[in-house]
Ligand binder design. Structure first.
Ligand SMILES: [Zn+2]
Ligand SMILES: [Zn+2]
Length: 196
């Protein structure tokens, strides 16, 4: 299973950063490989990235308590503040520093997503009902998958969702493409909340 074994004629080994999980294929390793450290100052981003790179990163088994709001709302290991509190205070999620800029920001906020969602729904109403239901279910499934921070394919799913959303927003979306995805989508006939 080792794909990275050097070719016989290869003279020089590629000098890559050490990756602890090169040989691992389990979901956690994949999730970590795709993970981005968000809402942290450069120093803390580096510390957490180091943990990820060297296999020292321990995922949370349940949400941790946020130092600011005291809710059990911290979803990421080593963070001490939840995402909403960080958005308010602009402090580093880990050390609380308010002077440095964050290296990586989180994906779009709920309000941005809600706006996109509303636009999307108004477009959906113009579609034939059957296509509409199928698409909506499929998108919903993608959305749920993409919101799970420990999902091994989270980034790929987000990309896919984004791709569909953009494609669709352009209004030249080819719905026949979804016929191939049918097996993923149960097409039972409940139709709640689509019609006013
Ligand atoms: Zn909080
Ligand atoms: Zn920090």
């Amino acid at each position: 299973m080792n794909k990275s074994r050097g070719k016989p004629g290869q003279k020089y080994q590629n000098r890559e950063a050490y990756k602890f999980d090169k040989w691992r294929t389990d979901p956690k390793a994949k999730m970590l490989a795709a993970m981005q450290v968000i809402n942290c100052c450069p120093k803390c981003t580096q510390v957490i990235e180091w943990k990820i790179q060297f296999g020292k990163y321990k995922t949370l088994t349940r949400p941790a308590t946020c130092l600011d709001c005291k809710e059990k709302a911290v979803k990421y290991a080593y963070h001490t503040r939840c995402i909403p509190c960080v958005e308010k205070s602009k402090r580093c999620s880990k050390c609380g520093d308010s002077q440095s800029e964050f290296v990586n920001l989180p994906p779009p906020s709920d309000s941005e997503l809600a706006k996109k969602d509303a636009e999307f729904k108004s477009e959906l109403k113009r579609l034939p009902e059957r296509k509409r239901r199928t698409l909506l279910r499929y998108m919903e499934k993608l959305k749920l998958d993409s919101e799970n921070p420990e999902n091994e394919n989270q980034e790929a799913i987000k990309d896919k969702l984004q791709e569909y959303t953009e494609k669709y927003a352009k209004n030249d979306f080819e719905f026949d493409e979804f016929d191939d995805e049918r097996s993923d989508v149960s097409d039972d006939s409940d139709n709640e909340d689509l019609d006013d």
